[in-house]
Design a protein around this ligand. Structure first.
Ligand SMILES: [Zn+2]
Length: 344
């Protein structure tokens, strides 16, 4: 009986040691220590033993049960630890992986152009003025010498909310509003950048929404040569020192005399090429001396004050400077297009 018990113990412990799963160990527990297990079976035969042997075998049987129990317990613990370890291994985050690159933005080419022009004019003593995009008919047209039936209004058809309220077609109303604020006392030296709107069919060079920068200088004795000097400085700074400008007579209702301003072609340098349509010159903006009536309407005495004004399209400047061939590129938010201007 003693050998039987010891053999059972060794057999059970060997199986426990070999077990790789908790389920198997549980089965061993049931098999060896259960009520129908071999140890119980052996103890049933105790009646045949002599009274001296009984306590000895009984003690041995208890020791065997205890040894098997302990082996099961420590094995279960070992398997539990192994499982935790395995889980930790599987769920580790590898912090040494390189991160995803952060997308760095850059200024939109229109913003970059406005900033550059603003910086230049601030350097010339101008300050930046802004005004509302929803304007009254009065400030957008009438105060600029464009009465209700003026034919030049046709060139600037707008989006109307009511007969009197519209999306401004130019940044000039900011000039009118600023002149009013100064109550007939100069000097005024401002540039007005901002969005404007016109009822136009969109194509490569037209958009129903675009940006302008206008400038206004009103003071005692402002002359046409002052206008030319300022625009010359602007063209050289924006397009390059080697570029020159020329003034051509033109018409605007709010200036007299009025001029179109051209810059010498940067590709052929005046000889004529396809880019400048063989003229050697590229039109960049309109300008002129502020019309006496406009001064008067805004509270300035035209016998005392004179001034010049100019207006340019930001898109056109950007297109010329960066060689962009379609105005719609500015508004489509295509990252392949925008990424080219990161360093501008
Ligand atoms: Zn050319």
């Amino acid at each position: 009986m003693r050998e039987q018990l010891e053999a059972l113990r060794d057999d059970a412990i060997k199986k426990i040691e070999q077990a790789q799963e908790k389920k198997v160990v549980q089965e061993i527990r049931v098999k060896y220590l259960g009520k129908k297990g071999p140890v119980t079976e052996v103890l049933r035969g105790m009646g045949k033993l002599s009274p001296e042997e009984r306590p000895v075998i009984g003690q041995l049987a208890n020791d065997v049960r205890e040894a098997i129990g302990k082996a099961i317990e420590s094995k279960m613990e070992a398997l539990e630890q192994a499982e935790i370890h395995r889980k930790l291994q599987e769920e580790t985050i590898d912090v040494t992986l390189p991160g995803r690159p952060v997308l760095k933005g850059g200024a939109h080419p229109l913003t970059a152009t406005i900033t550059e022009v603003e910086d230049l004019f601030i350097g010339l003593g101008f300050s930046v003025a802004e005004g509302p995009q929803i304007e009254t008919d009065y400030y957008n047209f009438e105060a600029l010498n464009l009465p209700k039936d003026h034919p030049a209004r046709d060139m600037q058809d707008s989006f109307y909310f009511t007969d009197e309220l519209l999306l401004r077609t130019q940044t000039s109303p900011v000039q009118a509003r600023t002149m009013e604020k100064y109550k007939g006392k100069g000097p005024i030296k401002i540039i007005c950048p901002g969005k404007v709107f016109r009822r136009d069919d969109d194509d490569a060079t037209h958009s129903h929404q675009f940006m302008q920068i206008e400038g206004l200088y009103v003071d005692h004795g402002v002359r046409m040569s002052d206008l030319k000097g300022v625009l010359q400085a602007f063209a050289k700074s924006f397009f390059g020192e080697e570029r020159s400008i020329r003034l051509r007579p033109s018409f605007f209702p709010f200036t007299e005399p009025s001029v179109e301003v051209d810059v010498s072609c940067g590709i052929c340098h005046g000889d004529g090429c396809r880019f400048c349509k063989q003229t050697g010159w590229i039109e960049i903006l309109g300008a002129g001396m502020v019309h006496p009536r406009v001064l008067e309407m805004s509270g300035f005495n035209p016998n005392e004050y004179s001034g010049f004004a100019f207006g340019m399209g930001v898109e056109r400047l950007s297109m010329l400077k960066y060689g962009i061939d379609d105005i719609r590129h500015f508004y489509t938010n295509d990252r392949r297009f925008l990424a080219q201007f990161k360093r501008v």
